[in-house]
Design a protein around this ligand. Sequence first.
Ligand SMILES: Nc1ncnc2c1ncn2[C@@H]1O[C@H](COP(=O)(O)OP(=O)(O)OP(=O)(O)O)[C@@H](O)[C@H]1O
Ligand SMILES: [Mg+2]
Length: 343
Amino acid sequence: MPFWAPDIGIDLGTENVSLYVRGRGIVISEPALVVLDRENRHSVQAVGDEASFLLGRSPERLTPVWPIRNGQVADYDIAELMLKYFIRKAIGVSYLGKPRAIVSVPCNLDDVNRKALTEAIRFAGAKHVFMIEKPFAAAIGTGLPVYDPIGNLVIDIGAGTTDVAVMSLGGLVVSQSIQVGGNKFDEALVEYLRRECSILIGKQTAENIKKDLATALPLDEPRSILVRGINQLNTSAGTVSFSSEQAYNAVKGPCAAIVKVLRWVLERTPPELAADIMRGGIHLTGDGARLFALDRYISENVGIPVLLAKDPGDCCILGIGYLTENIQLVTPRSRKSSRPAYQ
Ligand SMILES: Nc1ncnc2c1ncn2[C@@H]1O[C@H](COP(=O)(O)OP(=O)(O)OP(=O)(O)O)[C@@H](O)[C@H]1O
Ligand SMILES: [Mg+2]
C-alpha cells in the first residue's frame, strides 16, 4: 500500500453516490441513504446499499435519511457521516496523508452551500476539496471535447436537479440549474393519481410507474397498468387502471420546466457556439433523462437533435474519474461561468 492516500472523485447525487479512486476506477455506487434508529437519531444503523437492504426488512424500527437534497447538503451531520463511511470503504484508513477529493456540484450552488459541502467532505477525511459542475463532468464522461474551441451542450437530469450548461475551452460559458429531476416526476405522478383517480400511492410506486409507463410524448399505441394504493374516499386498499395518456399528462409540467431552462440557456449562448450545438446536438445525461421519449420531446421543442448518452447515470462519475486521473486540470481552475438570474 502506498504511503499517501490516492486522490478520489465523488459524484454526490441526491439519490446515488459514486466514488472513483485514482488508479483503480469506480469502486462505489450506492444509494445516498443513511438509516438511523427511530428512537435514537445518533445511532446509525447502516449506510448506502446496506441501508436500503435494512429498510426493506425492518422499516418500523428505522428512520431513513437522504442527507443530500437537490444536490445540496440538507442534513450536515448525516452527510458527513455518510461521506466518511464511503471514503473509508473506498480507500481504507491506514494512510498517513489524507486524499484530495473532486466532487460534483449543481451549477449555481451558492457560496454558503459550497462552504457547507467543503466542510462536510473535509471532516469526512479529505485534505483538499475541488468542486466540478455536474454537466461539465458528465460532458467529459460522455466523451465530448470540452477542452476544444467548440460549443458543447449537456443537460444532466438527476433525481433532484437538472443542470444545463454550454461548455467550451474547458469552461462553462452559460449554465443554469433547476430543482427539477426524477423526484419531481415521481411527485407529479403521486399528485395526479390523488387528484384525478382518488388513489394515494407512495414514492416507490410512483417511481415504478415512471419507469414502466410514464412518457414525455403520447404513445402511438397507448397502454395501461393496474396501480394499487389507498382509496382516498374510503381509506381502504384500492386498484385503478392508469393509462400512458394519464401518465403523460401527469409528467407534462416537469418536462416543460426542463425545456424552459434549456431555452433560457440557448438564448444566452453566443451565436458561434450555438451553431456548433446545432451541428453536434444536445447531450442528455443522468438517469432521470431515461424518462421515455424525453429526448424526442426536447428535440421537437427546440429544433435541435438530442442524444441520450449510453449509461447516462454513469457519465458524471466517469468524467470525475478522468479529472481525478488528471488532477492538474482542476488545480487551479480558470473556468468562468455566467450567472444571470433565472426566472
Ligand atoms: N428508466 C428510467 N426512467 C425514468 N427515470 C429513471 C429511470 N431510471 C432511473 N430513473 C430516475 O433517475 C433518477 C436518479 O438519477 P441519478 O442517479 O442520475 O440522480 P442523482 O445523481 O442521484 O441526483 P442529482 O444529480 O439530481 O443530485 C431517479 O429519480 C430515478 O427514478
Ligand atoms: Mg447526478
